[in-house]
Ligand binder design. Structure first.
Ligand code: LMR
Length: 393
């Protein structure tokens, strides 16, 4: 039986991670996988996370199962962090295995509710969105999103394509910090998208993996809150991997907003069922860290201040890179780097140019020219800027 298996296409981002590890060149720079690194190249455990872990270790007397949906403390704390004003009569939620688990459960749920749905997803998007849908056999189409000339959002193209979504389809949107481009909608553009979804009855699925990495914890949730307050049905897949730096703990949540309490209860039952079928109980440790932090004023304040430092470090690197490139190119054509938000920017370079940067300078970007800003530091920015110009980007 096992010999019948076919080789699977490797994930491009994870493959790049392996390639980087195997590179023996001094001074190599990893701008691939979306993991925050401090100026020393370390992905730190945040202070509040350490403190919360200590409290959990001291207080925890059992490792017995929690609930299939996760703990109420975690789900409530996350609902408040993402939505602020929580519409309890409409909200159902389950803890998931990371943000990826939340995306997968959201798509499973949507298909249970509407077996004929098509998912509309941005071009480009996080490669794993496409890979999961292909694996599930879920029909999807890509809507135009990135304008390679301006390196901003092709909003007219996006609207023309989203207009094709029909009632019961899913439109997957990045709540903030678009991955892989770094180009995001303005609030007015979000309003236009909302009006279109209101008209068509297509349901938004918001992927919120980088809250706190763009313009701030609340600012990054603004679009999600607007969508939640405006539309009858909304699915939200949120991740704590990046903003709490707890990547390997696999901490995520799927939240759904329904039109009424009856539909909410049905959604809650189905989401809990999906957890049971897929992995039974969701992981608890990361979720407990998150609720311990969010429910304690001092820990929360410390976490938020460290998250702000992370965010501001990335903004500083963006400004530095844009300015180096302005000097080297004698033009403002790279200023988009400073306008983009979140962990990533897409340079709009060809795969050959990306390869040249890797070969000549040991700087690793994803093949679509996505670079992880947080993989840089003040010393590597000028090296990258030089390599970008030398590669003819
Ligand atoms: C990324 O886009 O690099 C991250 O979300 C990590 C991953 O799992 O791909």
């Amino acid at each position: 039986m096992l010999s019948n298996l076919k080789p699977q296409a490797p994930d491009k981002i994870l493959m790049l991670m392996e390639e980087f590890r195997a590179d023996t060149r001094q001074g190599k720079v990893d701008l691939g996988v979306g993991v925050y690194k401090d100026p020393q190249g370390v992905t730190p455990v945040m202070r509040a996370v350490k403190a919360a872990e200590q409290r959990i270790w001291e207080a925890q007397t059992t490792k017995a199962y929690t609930g299939l949906a996760g703990t109420p403390e975690y789900r409530n704390a996350m609902a408040r962090m993402v939505l602020k004003d929580v519409p309890a009569d409409r909200l159902a939620s389950v803890a998931t295995v990371g943000g990826t688990g939340a995306i997968r459960q959201a798509l499973e749920l949507a298909r249970m509710a509407n077996p004929d749905l098509t998912v509309h997803v941005s071009d480009p998007t996080w490669p794993n969105h496409l890979s999961i849908m292909k694996f599930m056999g879920l029909p999807f189409v890509q809507y135009r999103y990135f304008d390679n000339d301006t390196r901003g959002v092709d909003f007219d193209g996006m609207k023309a394509d989203i207009a094709k979504a029909t009632k019961g389809d899913i439109v997957l949107l990045h709540g903030c910090c678009h991955n892989p481009t770094g180009a995001n909608l303005t609030t007015d553009q979000w309003r236009e998208v909302i009006a279109m979804l209101e008209k068509s009855g297509a349901v938004p699925l918001i992927d919120l993996a980088y809250q706190g990495f763009g313009d701030g914890l609340d600012a990054d949730a603004e679009a999600t809150r607007l969508v939640a307050a405006s539309l009858p049905e909304v699915l939200i897949a949120a991740s704590c991997s990046k903003n709490f730096g707890i990547y390997r703990e696999r901490t995520g949540i799927l939240m759904t907003l329904a039109e009424n309490t009856g539909a909410r209860d049905m959604a809650q039952g189905s989401m809990t069922f999906l957890n049971r079928q897929t992995y039974s109980f969701p992981p608890d440790h990361g979720a407990r860290i998150v609720s311990t932090i969010l429910d304690d004023d001092a820990l929360r304040a410390d976490w938020q201040s460290e998250l702000e430092d992370v965010r501001n470090t990335m903004l500083g690197l963006r400004d530095q890179l844009a300015s180096e490139l302005r000097d080297l190119s004698g033009s403002d054509r790279f200023d988009f780097v400073a306008r983009h938000r979140g962990m990533f920017s897409r340079l709009g370079a060809t795969p050959e140019q990306v390869q040249k940067v890797k070969d000549d300078s040991a700087i690793y970007m994803v093949g679509d020219s996505r670079l992880n800003i947080a993989g840089l530091n003040r010393d590597s920015v000028p090296v990258l800027a030089r390599a970008i110009i030398d590669a003819g980007i």
